[in-house]
Design a protein around this ligand. Structure first.
Ligand code: FES
Ligand SMILES: [Fe+2]
Length: 382
C-alpha cells in the first residue's frame, strides 16, 4: 500500500491508534511530523506535560534550607525550593500582585522578593510582606500565596504534576523498585549538573537515550567498548515506564565502587529507564546519569542533566573522568539528533521498521504510551 504523507494532528492521532493494533513483531516508527508539527506539540503540552509527572531535577541541587532553583515547564515559570523544615516545594514563580517573575536563577535566600514592588514570599509560597498594602480594604495576605504545585520526590528526583490530578508516582514505579533496590540510589550523591538546549524534539532524545541499537554506530569509542549494543537486554516495562539492561563487555574492568548489597549479577550491567514522558536515566553499577527533558518548542529540547554516585568529591579523578565520558557521548548523541531533526522536516520519509526488541523494544513501549494518551480513540479532556 502506498504510504500517505501525514502532516496533521488528526492524522498523527489516527496513526497512533493504528499503532496500538500492531503486534510487537510489526513494531515501527511514527511519521516524521510526529517530531515537527507545532499543533501536535501543543497537544502534547496540554495532554501530557500538564497532566503527568515530569522530573525537574535532583534533590542534591538544593541541599540546604533556603536553596532554590527556577525552571520552566510548558510555559509555566516555577521555583523549586527547600524550606526551613527541609521540605521541598514547587511553586509558581509568578507574583500574586501584578504577575511578574518573583525570582530568577538559583541560589539561597531567606525569602523570595519580587523585584517589581517587593512583595515577599516564604519558601512554601506564603506571602510574608507586601509594602504599603495595609490601607487597601479587603487585602488579605493569606489569599495571596504563590500556588504550590503537586510534587513528589522519588529516588532523590523532584517530580511535578502541573494539573494536580496525577496518581501518586511511587506506586506506579513499584516494579522498577525491585530492579533498583540493591543499587541504593538514595545514597548516591549529586556530583555534577548542567543545562543545555539541543535542536531536536524531546521525543527524539527520549527514544535515543532508551535504545541500545545506536551504541555501536554512534558511540564506537565511548560506549560500545563498555556497553556493546549486542549485550543490551530489554526489561518488561509497565504503564509508567520502560527499561533495559546494558551489560558490560566482559573485558571491561569492574565498574565500582559498588554498594555492598549489590549482587554479582547486578555489578555487570547498567539499568536504563524512561519514566514517561521525559525523564531518562542510566543507573550504572557505579554512577547515575540522568536527563530531565522539557520541551522547548516542537524542535528544541531543554535538558537538565546530572551525575550522582557513592563518591562524595566531584574533583575525584574517577568522577571527573566519568563526567568527561558523559560529555563526549552526549556530544555524539547531539550531533545525530540534530541531523535527525533536520531530516524529519521532509515529505518523503515513511515509517520504518524498529530493530529487535532488546534494542528498540523500549521505543515501541514509548510509542504505545504516546498512543494511549493521544490516539484518535482517546477522548481528550480540556
Ligand atoms: S508584580 Fe510582584 S510585587 Fe508587584
Ligand atoms: Fe547515545
Amino acid at each position: 500500500m502506498a504510504h500517505t504523507y501525514v502532516n496533521s494532528v488528526d492524522g498523527l492521532r489516527r496513526e497512533l491508534t493504528h499503532l496500538k493494533s500492531l503486534d510487537k513483531s510489526q513494531a515501527r516508527t511514527m511519521p516524521s511530523a510526529f517530531y515537527t508539527l507545532e499543533g501536535f506539540h501543543e497537544l502534547e503540552k496540554d495532554q501530557i506535560f500538564r497532566r503527568q509527572w515530569v522530573c525537574l531535577g535532583h534533590v542534591g541541587e538544593i541541599p540546604e534550607s533556603g536553596d532554590y532553583f527556577t525552571t520552566e515547564l510548558v510555559g509555566e515559570q516555577l521555583i523549586v525550593a527547600r524550606d526551613k523544615a527541609a521540605r521541598i516545594h514547587v511553586l509558581s514563580n509568578v507574583c500574586r500582585h501584578r504577575g511578574n517573575i518573583v525570582v530568577e536563577g538559583r541560589g539561597n535566600r531567606r525569602s523570595f522578593t519580587c523585584q517589581y514592588h517587593a512583595w515577599t514570599y516564604d519558601h512554601d509560597g506564603v506571602l510574608k510582606t507586601a509594602p504599603l498594602m495595609k490601607t487597601v480594604k479587603g487585602f488579605d495576605a493569606k489569599n495571596c500565596a504563590l500556588p504550590r504545585l503537586k510534587s513528589e520526590i522519588w529516588n532523590n528526583f523532584i517530580f511535578v504534576n502541573l494539573d494536580g490530578n496525577a496518581e501518586p508516582l511511587a506506586p506506579q514505579m513499584a516494579g522498577l523498585e525491585d530492579v533498583l533496590r540493591n543499587y541504593h540510589h538514595e545514597e548516591r550523591n549529586l556530583l555534577f549538573t548542567d543545562e543545555a538546549i539541543w535542536g531536536t524534539n524531546w521525543k527524539n532524545l527520549t527514544e535515543n537515550f532508551m535504545e541500545g541499537y545506536h551504541l555501536f554506530a554512534t558511540h564506537p569509542q565511548t560506549l560500545q567498548p563498555m556497553t556493546p549494543t549486542q549485550l543490551c537486554r530489554k526489561l518488561p516495562g509497565a504503564a509508567a515506564w520502560t527499561a533495559y539492561r546494558a551489560y558490560y563487555h566482559p573485558d571491561f574492568p569492574p565498574r565500582g565502587p559498588f554498594h555492598m548489597d549489590m549482587t554479582e549479577a547486578e555489578k555487570n550491567n547498567s539499568v536504563l529507564f524512561n519514566v514517561f514522558p521525559s525523564f531518562v536515566i542510566s543507573v550504572a553499577a557505579n554512577y547515575t546519569l540522568y536527563l530531565c527533558l522539557r520541551p522547548a518548542g516542537a524542535e528544541r529540547v531543554a535538558i537538565r542533566w546530572g551525575i550522582a554516585g557513592l563518591k562524595e568529591d566531584p574533583e575525584d579523578p574517577e568522577v571527573a573522568a566519568f563526567i568527561e565520558l558523559c560529555k563526549s557521548f552526549n556530544g555524539e548523541d547531539r550531533e545525530k539528533l540534530e541531523t535527525l531533526q533536520m531530516a524529519q522536516n521532509t515529505r518523503y520519509y515513511q515509517p520504518g521498521p524498529l530493530g529487535p526488541e532488546d534494542l528498540e523494544g523500549t521505543i515501541w513501549d514509548f510509542l504505545n504510551y504516546m498512543a494511549k494518551n493521544l490516539g484518535s480513540d482517546v477522548e481528550l479532556t480540556t
